[in-house]
Design a binder for this molecule. Structure first.
Ligand SMILES: NC(=O)c1ccc[n+]([C@@H]2O[C@H](COP(=O)([O-])OP(=O)(O)OC[C@H]3O[C@@H](n4cnc5c(N)ncnc54)[C@H](OP(=O)(O)O)[C@@H]3O)[C@@H](O)[C@H]2O)c1
Length: 253
């Protein structure tokens, strides 16, 4: 049995990934603050399982507890492969750094960086007690590679996530384990995150007009289209390249 654990399944890219993996016949476990009931129905129709865990990824205690329960379940049964897709993320606070308050910074870094780090450690520790291969997938953004006015927190956590992912890949290779880590860049998609970006003021986010134009001119990809690219890449675990940066832009062109 192949299991896919996905954070942020209530909407956006995470919801599309969960749906497409279920349709492929993989079991899916979703983690978010809100449950996506439609996924239960899809799982039933496909003869697989969808399990939801409610978790605030900004809360370390909850993250530790929920990921430990899931790892304990997956690495103690007839599992052939586990994929762990660290997809949940937030772009907020959108503003210049001089306006960021400690609480917002704290929550942002926990959701985008600390939760994936804690989850990776818990899963790798559990996987190493078994023969079950684990692939961690880290969902990044082009903002990791460039500075964006108003996205100081987002650029920092996505850059941190990229370096972390590369380190996980390097270590697992050196350790000679079957585990892999890859980075997935979905580019711009039509989701609530884009709505939040478009609703910011020009003084907080200089590029806001450019992002409004993306929507107006129909340049945002659908999450189903983007999710399909990752599902295709993960369909055959032997062809996944440890440490690789998978970019939707390259894979679709
Ligand atoms: N949209 C884009 O154009 C774009 C571009 C580049 C990269 N990305 C990246 O792609 C990923 C998915 O983005 P998206 O556009 O699909 O985002 P989205 O529509 O805003 O959805 C975010 C998901 O993350 C979950 N989430 C957010 N905060 C959470 C928290 N504190 N605890 C638990 N879950 C939380 C949400 O679930 P709940 O609210 O139910 O908790 C939701 O399911 C993110 O990593 C994002 O950085 C997006």
């Amino acid at each position: 049995m192949i299991y896919v654990v996905i954070t942020g399944t209530s909407r956006g890219l995470g919801a599309s990934l969960a749906k497409l993996f279920l349709e492929k016949g993989f079991h899916v476990i979703g983690v978010a603050r809100n449950e996506n009931k439609a996924l239960v129905q899809i799982a039933q129709e496909q003869g697989v399982t969808y399990q939801h865990y409610t978790c605030h990824l900004g809360d370390t205690e909850q993250v530790d507890k929920v990921f430990s329960i899931i790892a304990n379940q997956l690495f103690n049964q007839q599992t052939s492969t586990v994929y762990f897709i660290h997809n949940a993320g937030t772009v907020n606070p959108i503003d210049t750094v001089d306006k960021h308050i400690p609480e917002a910074i704290n929550k942002h870094v926990h959701v985008n960086l600390i939760a994936p780090m804690i989850g990776s450690s818990i899963f790798l520790m559990a996987a190493n007690k078994t023969e079950i291969p684990l692939t961690n997938v880290y969902v990044t953004s082009g903002a990791a590679e460039r500075s964006v006015y108003g996205w100081g927190a987002y650029s920092a956590t996505k850059a941190g996530l990229n370096r972390y992912a590369s380190t996980v890949a390097l270590e697992q290779k050196e350790l000679g384990t079957p585990h892999k880590a890859i980075i997935f860049d979905p580019s711009i998609m039509d989701t609530d995150m884009q709505k939040e970006i478009r609703s910011s003021s020009e003084s907080s986010f200089q590029d806001v007009e450019k992002f409004k134009a993306y929507k107006r001119e129909n340049n945002l990809r659908s999450t189903d289209k983007v999710a399909q690219v990752l599902v295709d890449q993960l369909s055959n675990s032997s062809t996944i390249e440890n440490g690789k940066y998978y970019s939707v832009k390259n894979l679709l062109s």
